[in-house]
Design a protein around this ligand. Structure first.
Ligand code: PHE
Length: 350
C-alpha cells in the first residue's frame, strides 16, 4: 500500500472513531491511540525516513495534511464537550486520564450530630416502652400551636413563648405540643405517642437557652391515667437514658393545656447541684443547682374535648422536654450553644 493511501485510511478511521467519543475521557483514549507517542499518526511519521528519497516529499505533505485534519477535528470535538453544562469536576481534571483503580485519597468520615444520635437513642427507649414516634411540623398554624391547646387568641399564656411568626401568620412551632390535637383527633385510646421536633423561640441566648431547641413530647391517653403514671414513666425513661438513678425534682407549674401542671428539674451536671463552680456562680444552671428539663401535666379536659374525646371517660398525661438540655446533663456539656456552633473540636468528641 502506498504511503498516501495509508495516511488516508488512518484519517478515515480516526474521524470515524472520533465521532464515537462520548466525553472528555473517551476523547483522551482517542488522542492516545492516534496522536500518542506510539499512536498511529506518530508511527506513520516515522516511516518517512525509510522511504526512497523521491517519495519523501509527497509523504511529508500527506503527513502534514493528516496532522492538520486530526488537530482540527479534535479541537472541534473538544469544543462540543466543553459546551456541555459545567461539571463539578474541573475540565482540566477530566481531560486527563482517570484511573478508576487508583486508591482513593484519605478523608475523615463524618458522623451523626450528637443531638441526632441521642434523639435516636431516646426514640428507641420509648418504642421499647410501647410508644409510637411522630415528627412535628416545623411551621404550623395558630390553631395547632395555641388554640387547640386551650389558648384562644389574646390568651396571656401565649406570652410564655416568644414566638416567630411568618408574614402570612403561620408559627415556627414553639413546642411539640403543636401536634397533640392532630394525634388525639379521631383516635380511640389507648394513645401512646412520642413527638420529636425542632422548636423555635425568639429569645436571647445564654448557656442554657437557644433560639432553636429539640423537644421530645410524650402523650398518653387512656382510661384511668393518673399523675403517678406520668412521674413513673418519665423517671423510668430518664434512668434508662442516663444509665443511672437520676436525681429529679418536681415542682408545680402552669400550662393552659394541662391540669395540674408540673415541671421536672434535674440536678445540674456541671456544678453537681451546688450552684457554684470554682467559687463562681454556675452559669449553666444560673446558680440554682437545678436545670429545668420539662413541662408536664395531666392533659386538660378542654384539650381532650376539642379532639372529640370524652374527658369523663378518658384522662391522660403529657410532657415536653428539651433534648438538648438532657444531652448536656448526660455528657456534662456546660453550654447549649456548642451544639449549633459547628465547631469540629466539639462535634468530633461524640
Ligand atoms: N409545651 C410545653 C413547653 O414547651 C411543655 C409541656 C408539654 C407542658 C406538655 C405540659 C405538657 O413549654
Amino acid at each position: 500500500m502506498t504511503f498516501t493511501k495509508t495516511a488516508t485510511q488512518i484519517k478515515k478511521s480516526a474521524l470515524n472513531e472520533l465521532a464515537k467519543t462520548r466525553d472528555i475521557n473517551t476523547l483522551a483514549f482517542w488522542r492516545k491511540e492516534y496522536l500518542g507517542k506510539v499512536g498511529k499518526f506518530t508511527k506513520l511519521t516515522r516511516q518517512i525516513a525509510q522511504l526512497p528519497a523521491k517519495e519523501r516529499a509527497s509523504a511529508g505533505k500527506a503527513v502534514n495534511e493528516l496532522k492538520q485534519a486530526l488537530a482540527k477535528a479534535l479541537q472541534e470535538r473538544e469544543k462540543q464537550f466543553h459546551e456541555l453544562p459545567p461539571s463539578p469536576v474541573s475540565r482540566s481534571q477530566l481531560s486527563t486520564f482517570f484511573d478508576l483503580t487508583a486508591p482513593g485519597a484519605d478523608f475523615q468520615l463524618g458522623h451523626l450530630h450528637p443531638i441526632t444520635q441521642m434523639r435516636q437513642y431516646a426514640e428507641d427507649i420509648f418504642v421499647r416502652m410501647g410508644f409510637e414516634v411522630f415528627e412535628a411540623r416545623e411551621v404550623d398554624d395558630d390553631y395547632h400551636n395555641f388554640e387547640s391547646l386551650n389558648m384562644p387568641p389574646q390568651h396571656p399564656a401565649r406570652d410564655l413563648w416568644d414566638t416567630f411568626w411568618t408574614e402570612d401568620e403561620l408559627v415556627l412551632i414553639t413546642h411539640t405540643s403543636s401536634m397533640q390535637h392532630r394525634i388525639l383527633l379521631g383516635q380511640k385510646p389507648p394513645i401512646r405517642a412520642i413527638i420529636v421536633g425542632r422548636c423555635f423561640r425568639h429569645e436571647a441566648t445564654d448557656a442554657s437557652h437557644e433560639h432553636t431547641l429539640n423537644q421530645i413530647e410524650g402523650l398518653y391517653v387512656d382510661k384511668g391515667i393518673k399523675l403517678p403514671d406520668l412521674i413513673g414513666t418519665f423517671k423510668k425513661f430518664l434512668d434508662e437514658f442516663s444509665q443511672r438513678d437520676i436525681k429529679m425534682k418536681i415542682q408545680p407549674s402552669h400550662f393552659p393545656f394541662v391540669e395540674p401542671g408540673i415541671e421536672f428539674l434535674l440536678d445540674c451536671a456541671i456544678c453537681f447541684g451546688t450552684g457554684e463552680v470554682e467559687g463562681e456562680r454556675c452559669s449553666t444552671c444560673g446558680g440554682s443547682g437545678w436545670l429545668e428539663l420539662a413541662g408536664a401535666g395531666m392533659v386538660h379536659p378542654s384539650v381532650l374535648a376539642e379532639a372529640g374525646l370524652d374527658p369523663q371517660k378518658y384522662s391522660g398525661f403529657a410532657w415536653g422536654f428539651g433534648l438538648d438540655r438532657l444531652v448536656m446533663v448526660k455528657y456534662g456539656i456546660e453550654n447549649i450553644r456548642h451544639f449549633y456552633s459547628g465547631d469540629l473540636r466539639f462535634i468530633r468528641q461524640f
